[in-house]
Design a protein around this ligand. Sequence first.
Ligand SMILES: C[S@@+](CC[C@H](N)C(=O)[O-])C[C@H]1O[C@@H](n2cnc3c(N)ncnc32)[C@H](O)[C@@H]1O
Length: 321
Amino acid sequence: MDSSSSLARRAGTRDDPYGQMREARKQPLLLHSMTVFREIFEVVFAHREIRSVVEVGVESGQVSGMYLDLGATAVYCVDPGATARLRATLAENPALHLVTTPSPEVLPELPVADLYVLDGDHNYAVVERELSWILENAPGAVVVMHDLMWPCARRDLYYEPSPLAPADKHESSADGPTAWHDELTPAGFVGAGAFTVARHAGGERNGVATAVEDVLGRKGNELWRFELVPAVFGMGVLYRATPDADERLADALRPYSNSNLLATMENNRVALYTRVLQMQYEAAAQAGHADQLADTVSAQRREIDQLKAELHRAWEALRKR
Ligand SMILES: C[S@@+](CC[C@H](N)C(=O)[O-])C[C@H]1O[C@@H](n2cnc3c(N)ncnc32)[C@H](O)[C@@H]1O
């Protein structure tokens, strides 16, 4: 594609100046699905022979079919919270296998895969066990992980109701984090019943990034390499180095993993999004106050009407005397 047609593709043309904003309107307000990483998956598939995939955390199923497009022949779609919509989506393709036992417990029950995609319960206990099992039992696999940056990097998130033992959980809160201060707030990134988050961030055994560091730091795991793509909550790619082949994979990932531009845009994205959340919260609170005020005014109006009626009756009684 020459540079002028790429300009037209991204920015619209003088005859159709709205093309870019039509694309913008198609996106949800908060990008969170791994579908946005398609070009990174293309790089991974181009450098490794990937036939089988274990996808942990599927949600809508919109990513599952992408692995088949890229060359996989079987995808094990693990999600204990599978909705009717997800079941219907996966039922359309016999190469997509729904698995409802949670990870990490389910991993030993599935065929060893060429690619593991970890995007399920984003906390230290689960991710540490998932990675420990994969690095020991699937040394030839590539592991792609999501949510390695804010908010889950250094703070556990627990899908609720959480199956974790109390010892595996930090004290949690329904309030959420925000880019604008360090404390949790009801006006932050909240789970609204779907998940809670650890009350404090940082420290030991807290967050997805901490789990990755601990597992990679263990004796015997020195040959595993890790690259972070600093966009859309952070995507990690983990693979065991073998001479030449993986140097090429590292080279191909480098424009993404070295990109300060992506990291800056991600910081700006979460700052803007959490500002929107705060404004929505304040607008809802204002609407609540306005409702309360309207209730008070109508109660006072009823009281005044009653008093007027009593006054009228008293006046009539006086007149008749
Ligand atoms: C962030 S969503 C996944 C999004 C999906 N990967 C995408 O990119 O579109 C997380 C999903 O993980 C599921 N989940 C929660 N705990 C899990 C577990 N222990 N094992 C597997 N999936 C889990 C939830 O039900 C939820 O659907």
